[in-house]
Design a protein around this ligand. Structure first.
Ligand SMILES: [Zn+2]
Length: 179
């Protein structure tokens, strides 16, 4: 069993930090990196192999994932919106992938349970309409999890202080999926 973990955006935020909280300065790339590293630790602790890559190149991410022989692909992001009130957790899967949808549901449920975030549910990305590159271009069941909103005053506290809980929840979602 092997899981490919992709913390979203560029290492150290260079050149792309993803979304940022305008008040605390917290960067999405940093949250994704820390949660990704911790998720690797929790998966390894239960005997699941991992490969982890944060890269500014989506093509590199997909080609490394596709040659990794990983069983599942998980990309980790934070959401952001112009309206500060938007909050909660959502997880994306690619249209047509029942396995991806199932994995997304397992991870989303675990995060909402553990962090008590608003459940925005599983979302479906349809290539050509609202497709997501890493979901459309990976060969295995793949999900993109938006942990919470970095632009929301309450969610950003969770993203700052509860990274370990997010990671634990993702790992539990993976084991739920296999069970
Ligand atoms: Zn992102």
């Amino acid at each position: 069993m092997k899981i490919f973990i992709n913390p979203g955006h560029a290492p150290n935020g260079q050149p792309d930090p993803g979304a940022c909280n305008p008040y605390t300065g917290l960067q999405e790339s940093e949250v994704a990196f820390c949660v990704g590293e911790k998720t690797v630790d929790y998966l390894n602790a239960v005997g699941i192999d991992t490969e982890c890559l944060q890269s500014d190149s989506l093509a590199e991410i997909c080609s490394k994932a596709n040659s990794s022989e990983a069983d599942l692909f998980i990309s980790i992001h934070c959401n952001s919106a112009g309206t500060a009130a938007a909050n909660g957790t959502e997880t994306w899967a690619c249209a047509g992938s029942a396995a991806g949808r199932q994995l997304a549901q397992c991870i989303n449920d675990q995060i909402v349970d553990a962090l008590d975030t608003t459940d925005r549910g599983v979302k479906i990305a349809t290539p050509g309409i609202n497709g997501l590159y890493v979901l459309s271009n990976t060969d295995m069941p793949a999900v993109l999890v938006e942990l919470a909103f970095i632009s929301n005053a309450e969610d950003v506290v969770l993203l700052t202080e509860q990274q370990d809980e997010f990671a634990r929840a993702i790992a539990r979602g993976v084991t739920d999926y296999f069970n």
